[in-house]
Design a protein around this ligand. Sequence first.
Ligand SMILES: O=C1C[C@@](O)(C(=O)O)C[C@@H](O)[C@@H]1O
Length: 154
Amino acid sequence: MSTDPTESTPLPILLLNGPNLNTLGLRQPEIYGSDTLADVVDLAERTASELGYGLRAAQTNHEGEMIDWIHEARGQVSGIVINPAGWTHTSVALADALVIPEVPIMEVHISNVHKREAFRHHSYVSPIAAGIIVGYGVRGYEFAIRRLVELISD
Ligand SMILES: O=C1C[C@@](O)(C(=O)O)C[C@@H](O)[C@@H]1O
């Protein structure tokens, strides 16, 4: 990475986690593992920082709050990594919102949703995502940030 002080700092990456992901580590560890949301944010911060980016992270159980944050992200972030959790499979409104910031979106699922119930096989977010990382456990967040930075740099 260049250390030229005249070079401007890139806009941060936004990491968004949807409903119930605040309970990571407790919730169905046989599916989601034992890492907590704090561990995920720590991993994401370290990965972003290694690549020269700051990270803003937020989690909510309230769909309208998530949509407001996505609107506010327009012009403020370089790209978005999102695990939409249950809204993946239900929310046209979330997918509509994610187009508004006009930045690359990476969709992450900790579990392999395609190995699970049929209702988890469809995602409203995937058609607008630049890429999807599924079934790599929480390391998927790291891979998503690495890919996001490649996309931003292109
Ligand atoms: O809450 C979640 C988490 C999830 O997005 C995942 O990370 O594997 C998969 C979704 O089906 C589920 O509703």
